[in-house]
Design a protein around this ligand. Structure first.
Ligand SMILES: [Zn+2]
Length: 162
């Protein structure tokens, strides 16, 4: 018998918490966030719902963050899990916000995506399974990875400067 969404609701996942200032706090076990289609649809704007819950992709150069260079961190639009830091963001020339590493390996998850006749690596949020984007191996030093993300999946939190 296949597990239903409600049976999976008690699954625990490990994530690393970060303060809004970007400080690494601690690794915690949290229950994986599982919500119905309807609950996500009510929480999220339509475009964000399609991208995060149905792996849609925003049109290049249309998102909020591809050209943002401010210092801060990027959280999951669905659940606030910390995903990326401005410290690993780079200009990929693709029109999507691109990073060479996640803020913590625990906080994102990679899976094989065979949609559209391509074999790609999809990246999602560990805590709530939001689709974030795809992972490629043509990034810069030091990892040579390129996390090609949708702005719509992210929420930028600026580091306060005084
Ligand atoms: Zn999330």
């Amino acid at each position: 018998m296949r597990a239903t969404a409600s049976q999976q609701a008690s699954q625990q996942v490990a994530i690393v918490q970060f303060s809004d200032a970007g400080e690494r706090l601690k690794t915690v076990q949290v229950p994986k966030i599982v919500k119905s289609e309807e609950a996500w649809r009510q929480q999220l704007p339509a475009g964000v719902f399609d991208i995060t819950r149905h792996a849609d992709t925003e049109i290049a150069y249309t998102g909020k963050y591809w050209n943002l260079h401010d210092q801060g961190l990027y959280r999951c639009i669905c659940c606030d899990n910390a995903l990326f830091s401005s410290e690993t963001k780079f200009d990929s020339g693709t029109g999507w916000p691109s990073f060479w590493a996640p803020i913590a390996a625990e906080n994102v998850r990679s899976t094989t995506d065979t949609s559209y006749g391509m074999v790609r690596t999809a990246v999602s949020c560990t805590e709530c399974d939001a689709h974030l984007g795809h992972l490629f191996d043509d990034g810069p030093e030091p990892t040579h990875l390129r996390y090609c993300m949708n702005s719509a999946s992210l929420k930028f939190v600026a580091h306060r400067t005084r």
